[in-house]
Design a protein around this ligand. Structure first.
Ligand code: F6P
Length: 364
């Protein structure tokens, strides 16, 4: 019997369960494969006692539309930065990656499928370089992984933001207000950009284009005649003013590597007031609503395609590869290439060109 282990790492994302289901269903056609799942990323392998579950067709029945991940996940710690408390009470981290690979070998695991975003795929690459048979599946609402047209979960997040804009437009119009909607995406402006087009926003502020508050204020004024009018601004959590930096907090969660981004909308609101904007401004932070809940049909299909392809790669022993979507095909690319540079909005992107063509202001 051959053993395949699945792990889901990083922030959760709509479509994770559809990937797990597809892998298990596909593996069930091959009588010699048994599929296991590690709870909370790789933690389940490293915990004492271990938390590993058997995944069969019964376990995954009907989970394709469920949000989150039945395997749970974490974006803290991990095999290379395992947090532990020292005798003086302070926290530090240890590299337990070699031990994890040894444990997998004792468990008789022949291959691992790691479903995760850029951080998780970095781990996949490091583990591959240490000899682990691993395949990556690109997950993230941020769509910031390279070498694939799209990551699953992204379109669902865009849908959530678009629906929110549709709702906020009616209240903005009724009250003659400016609404600032803060959306996720980390250093990438994809969610903000796509939702601004789909939702008909007037202003879109993304990390790739630092904004000038004066330009934003002028774009707002163009939407008002005296005090009548309204304006929708979509701001990515990683957006920043020209000469400024991102807003967020770091060091508040043990084992967390990244800064937690939040506050871009509130900062912009204060900046506008300071710049002399007299309109009523309200802020809405969509936060984890963008990540929770059911995946839209597009993401269910994409996630299922990724799951089936991931199993094929395992079968063909094409390790160190990540599944990817190159329209209209699902292909494989080296994980090393996918993580080499992040997929950010480039100035020649057609989506950006479309937004500019529609008159959306980027604050530049
Ligand atoms: O990477 C996905 C993401 O949702 C980002 O868009 C966001 O910055 C981050 O995760 C939020 O992380 P957490 O769930 O730990 O607050």
């Amino acid at each position: 019997m051959k053993r395949l282990l699945i792990a889901t790492g990083g922030g959760d994302c709509p479509g994770l369960n559809a990937v797990i289901r597809a892998i298990v269903k596909r593996a069930s056609h091959e009588k010699e494969w048994e599929v296991l799942g590690s709870i909370q990323g790789f933690n389940g392998i490293l915990w004492e006692p271990q938390e590993i579950i058997r995944l069969d067709e019964k376990t995954v029945a009907g989970i394709h539309y469920r949000g989150g991940t039945i395997l749970e996940t974490t974006n803290r710690g991990g095999p290379f930065h395992w947090p532990y408390r020292q005798s003086d009470g302070t926290w530090t981290t240890a590299d337990r990656s070699d031990e994890m690979i040894r444990r997998l070998s004792y468990m008789g695991v022949d291959a691992v499928v790691n479903i995760g975003g850029d951080g998780s795929q970095r781990y996949s690459q490091q583990l591959f370089e240490k000899g682990l048979n691993i395949v990556g599946v690109p997950k993230t609402i941020d769509n910031d992984l390279s070498c694939t047209d799209v990551t699953f979960g992204f379109q669902t997040a865009v849908e959530v933001v678009t629906e929110a804009i549709d709702k906020l437009v009616t209240t903005a119009q009724s009250h003659n207000r400016v609404f600032i909607i803060e959306v996720m995406g980390r250093d990438a402006g994809w969610i903000a950009l796509h939702a601004s087009i789909a939702g008909g926003a007037e202003i879109c502020l993304i990390p790739e284009i630092p904004y000038d508050v004066q330009a934003v204020k002028e774009a707002i004024e163009r939407r008002f005649v005296f005090d009548r009018g309204f304006c929708i601004i979509v701001i990515a959590e990683g957006a920043m003013p020209q000469g400024g930096d991102v807003v967020g907090t770091s060091g508040e969660e043990v084992g967390r590597q990244q800064i937690r981004l939040h506050g871009a909308a509130a900062r912009l609101s204060a900046e506008l007031k300071q710049a002399g904007c007299t309109h009523d401004v309200r802020e809405t932070i969509l936060g984890h609503l963008q990540r929770g809940g059911i995946p839209i049909a597009y993401d269910r299909v994409l996630a299922s395609q990724y799951g089936i392809k991931a199993f094929e790669l395992v079968k063909e022993e094409k390790f160190g590869q990540m599944v990817a979507y190159h329209h209209p095909n699902v292909v494989s690319v080296p994980i090393a290439e996918a993580i080499a540079t992040p997929n950010l909005v480039t100035m020649d992107s057609n989506v950006l060109e479309t937004a500019r063509g529609l008159g959306i202001c980027f604050g530049d």
